[in-house]
Each structure stands twice: as structure tokens, then as C-alpha cells.
Design a protein around this ligand. Structure first.
Ligand SMILES: Cc1cc2nc3c(=O)[nH]c(=O)nc-3n(C[C@H](O)[C@H](O)[C@H](O)COP(=O)(O)OP(=O)(O)OC[C@H]3O[C@@H](n4cnc5c(N)ncnc54)[C@H](O)[C@@H]3O)c2cc1C
Length: 431
């Protein structure tokens, strides 16, 4: 019920976020200030800034465990956005606390300063390497990132990001050392519950991920062209409830313990436990994965994704699907699932002729409800205006999938020709 309300009404979602970020620090603030009695207002504000920053970092850690119920309501990108915003705003509050609060104890100062510098580094690093906040808007920064990613791989970035847990433990120690705080029993009980509740849950989530609740075997590994291959996987334990266009985080233990997201290319069905993935070799992991053998085991976390839910919630809308490169994978899944019920226009752009590996499959699917268009090279704004009818532009639901920069560029073009923001949904395959 709540999930449906959050999904349907953006205002409900905003109220939910505001409520959540106010609610989370409130018990700690009340417990401390009631117990402390009267203190100067500036001191009170600075202490409050520190407590709010700390609880928001804990909330950000909780969100990093990708809670399923929340993902189903709002989608992973919005969860990651809140995760990032909390990190940044908490950093500002922590700065006020660290900079203006007077403290006498040497270790109190050292732990506080270390935590602050560590989170400052963590936030700047994540903003550049793990989000599109900087690189999506500055092409030079994007080029620098692409070059640096040859050395600083995504998996390394994840480990750097985990330094935030060390920062949280430093803040925990910092608070434990403050004499005028650690004597307030109710506050300290809540403080320990918050800290070890969230860190314990995070640790359990990581272990649970490794256990691999949804597991299965590779049943086919087929090459589509020099750079792309298709894996067919069969779930054996705890088959997930998959919807068209969903993605999952996969781990192939024979390769490594890393988890990487890939989208469904096939039409999921209740009877079949099979998923088909279309994967482009872009880096070390995907290159290694291309050689995975039949019979190898895998496990998965998910499913995630909003596409099918959006489609089901708008029964009157036809669909325009725009995929760049392997971004077509989830769109193939949607096309196969919905072309008997909706009018679908699928536009697929590829780098070169050899990348048109779905051409014949799409031609077979083409009928009076599905039309597809394949082009070598990106579509320009003008080409889009020629390809799409007035009715499509005004009324259709658009799904755009590809690398972050390609998605943003196509979305800019779509807006220029009159597609409204409300009708645009996307999935970005790069970070
Ligand atoms: C929601 C989603 C669905 C995706 N679906 C597909 C698909 O169906 N087919 C396909 O070929 N690719 C898909 N991708 C992209 C795929 O996950 C990456 O190409 C792959 O993880 C790259 O790993 P690498 O080590 O080979 O390359 P790298 O050189 O390490 O990375 C290449 C790019 O992928 C990003 N990336 C690397 N590892 C991860 C990770 N663990 N999680 C998220 N991003 C990562 C990097 O930030 C970089 O932008 C999807 C990505 C997302 C976010």
C-alpha cells in the first residue's frame, strides 16, 4: 500500500524523505538535550549539528544495503541520490560542529578531526568516481575520469568508499570520550543502538550477499560479436520474481567475489527460471566473464528496476524505447513482454554494423504493434524529430538506456523536441 502511494505520487515521496531525515536524529537529540538541561544556544546548535550529521551518515549506510521495499517504491537511482545528498549535507553540518565546537581533550579533537577529513575525502571521491554529479556536467572531468578508471577501477572505488565506516567508528569513539556527553545514560543507550544496529545490519547484509540466497548455474555462453556475449543462466534456489527490464547484481564465484549489475534480455516467465544477459566487454570483469564455462555457479541479489511497474501503472500509454549499445538489453525484454499489448517504437543505436546483433530478432518481432529502427551512430535531435510522430512525442512513455553521457544527451534532445520530463524514464549503465 505505502509502496504504491510512494511510487504514484512524487509529493508523497518528498514528504516521506523529509519525514525520514527529521525522524532519524530526533530521539538522540531529545534524549541528550532533556538530560543536559540548560546550555547556551550556540552550544546546543553545534552539538545538534554533530548528532544530525552522524545519524544521517548512519542512514546513508542503511540505504547502501539497498532495502528491497524501498527500492520497489522509489527505484535505486533515487535511493542513491538520497544516499549522496545525506552524505554531502551531513558533511556541512559536521564541518560546523568540528570547526566551531570547543573541546579540551586531545583524543576528542584528534578523533573528530580525523573523522571529518576522512568523510571530506570520501564525499569528494564518491562525487567524482561514483556518481554523475560532476562528470555528467563537465565533459573534461568525464574524460579525466575515463582515463583514471584505467587505474582506479570501480571495485577499488568501492573499497575507498567503505572508509566511511572507519569515519563512523571514529565519530563513535569521539562521542564515547566526551565526558559531558557519555554520562547521559538514555542518550548513550540510544547512541549504541543506532551505531551497532546499523553497522550490524550492514555487516549481516554483506555476509548474506556472500551466502548467495538466489543461486544457479550458467547453462549457455554464446558469442554475439567480437565484444559482446550472451549468458543464459538458470536459477535453482529461491527463484526471484522477475519482471521485464529488471536488473540484478550478479556474482560468479569462480571468477571473483565482485558483484556487477546486468539486465534481463529475455521475457521473464513464471514457469521458467532462466535469465538471459547480454554483456559487453568493457573492462577486466566483463572480459573475464566472457570466458565463464557452462556449469559454473552464480548467485544474485535483486531483482531491481522500475520499468515494468511504470508500464503497468500507465495502461493507456504506448512505449518508445531508445537503447544505446548494450543498453538495448532491458528494452528487448520489455519489447518481448509488451508488444502484444502496447504499440512499441524501439530505436537502437550502435557503434558499428557488427554491433547490430539483435537485427534479425527485432525484424522477426516487428509487426503492426512493434516497429524498430537501428542506426549506426547516435541519433541527433533532428533525426529524433523526424523519427517520432507528434502523438508519440506528446503521449508516449519513453525509456532511455545506455551510458550516462549518452542517456543525458538523448534526453536533452527529447526535451528539445517536446517530450515532457514526466514521460521520461532512464537507466544509466555507467557510473
Ligand atoms: C542498472 C545497470 C544495468 C546494467 N546492465 C548491463 C547489461 O545488461 N549489459 C552490460 O553489458 N552491462 C550492463 N551494465 C554495465 C555493467 O554493470 C558494467 O559494464 C560492468 O560492471 C563493468 O565492469 P568491468 O570491470 O568489466 O568494467 P570497468 O572498466 O570496471 O567499468 C566500466 C564501467 O562500468 C561501471 N561499473 C563497473 N563495475 C560496476 C559495478 N559493480 N556496479 C556498477 N557499475 C559498475 C564503472 O563505473 C564504469 O563506468 C549495467 C549497469 C547498471 C548500473
Amino acid at each position: 500500500m505505502m509502496v504504491n502511494v510512494l511510487r504514484r505520487y512524487p509529493i508523497a515521496l518528498n514528504i516521506f524523505w523529509v519525514f525520514l531525515v527529521i525522524l532519524v536524529p530526533t530521539p538522540l537529540l531529545l534524549a541528550l538535550f532533556v538530560s543536559m538541561g540548560s546550555i547556551a544556544t550556540d552550544q546546543r546548535l553545534l552539538i545538534a549539528a554533530g548528532i544530525i550529521a552522524y545519524t544521517w551518515w548512519l542512514l546513508a549506510v542503511f540505504l547502501s544495503t539497498r532495502p528491497k521495499w524501498l527500492e520497489r517504491a522509489v527505484g535505486l537511482p533515487k535511493m542513491y541520490l538520497l544516499h549522496g545528498c545525506l552524505g554531502v549535507i551531513a558533511l556541512v553540518l559536521a564541518f560546523l560542529h568540528e570547526h566551531y565546537m570547543v573541546s579540551m581533550g586531545q583524543w576528542i579533537i584528534v578523533t573528530g578531526k580525523l573523522a571529518w577529513y576522512l568523510t571530506l575525502f570520501g564525499v569528494l571521491f564518491a562525487a567524482f568516481f561514483m556518481s554523475g554529479w560532476i562528470v555528467d556536467h563537465f565533459p573534461t572531468a568525464a574524460n579525466v575520469k575515463i582515463r583514471m578508471q584505467k587505474v582506479i577501477k570501480h571495485q577499488f572505488s568501492i573499497w575507498i568508499h567503505r572508509l566511511n565506516i572507519v569515519a563512523i567508528l571514529l565519530v563513535w569513539l569521539h562521542v564515547e570520550l566526551i565526558g559531558r556527553v557519555n554520562g547521559h545514560l538514555m542518550f548513550m543507550v540510544l547512541f549504541e543502538l543506532y551505531t551497532f544496529g546499523v553497522l550490524g545490519y550492514y555487516g549481516w547484509y554483506k555476509l548474506d550477499q556472500k551466502e548467495g540466497k538466489m543461486a544457479g548455474k550458467v547453462v549457455k555462453n554464446r558469442r554475439l560479436n567480437a565484444k559482446t556475449f550472451q549468458l543464459t543462466l538458470e536459477f535453482q534456489d529461491n527463484v526471484p520474481n522477475l519482471l521485464a527490464g529488471d536488473f540484478l547484481f550478479f556474482t560468479f564465484p569462480t571468477l571473483s567475489q565482485e558483484t556487477h549489475p546486468f539486465s534481463l534480455t529475455n521475457k521473464p516467465s513464471e514457469k521458467s527460471h532462466v535469465v538471459v544477459l547480454t554483456i559487453r566487454e568493457v573492462g577486466d570483469y566483463t572480459k573475464g566473464l566472457s570466458a565463464v564455462t557452462v556449469g559454473s555457479s552464480f548467485y544474485a541479489e535483486g531483482p531491481f528496476g522500475q520499468f515494468s511497474r511504470i508500464i503497468e501503472s500507465e495502461p493507456e500509454k504506448d512505449l518508445t524505447l531508445i537503447g544505446m549499445g548494450t543498453g538495448v538489453a532491458p528494452l528487448m525484454s520489455i519489447a518481448k513482454r509488451y508488444h502484444s499489448r502496447r504499440n512499441i517504437h524501439l530505436i537502437w543505436t550502435v557503434k558499428n554494423k557488427e554491433d547490430e546483433f539483435f537485427r534479425s530478432e527485432l525484424e522477426n518481432l516487428n509487426d503492426n504493434r512493434l516497429k524498430s529502427f537501428i542506426q549506426v551512430g547516435r541519433v541527433t535531435t533532428y533525426e529524433l524529430s523526424q523519427l517520432l510522430s507528434e502523438r508519440e512525442i506528446k503521449e508516449n512513455r519513453f525509456f532511455v538506456v545506455g551510458s550516462s553521457l549518452a542517456v543525458l544527451s538523448v534526453e536533452r534532445s527529447l526535451k528539445q523536441i517536446g517530450v515532457s520530463k514526466q514521460n521520461l524514464s532512464d537507466e544509466r549503465l555507467t557510473m
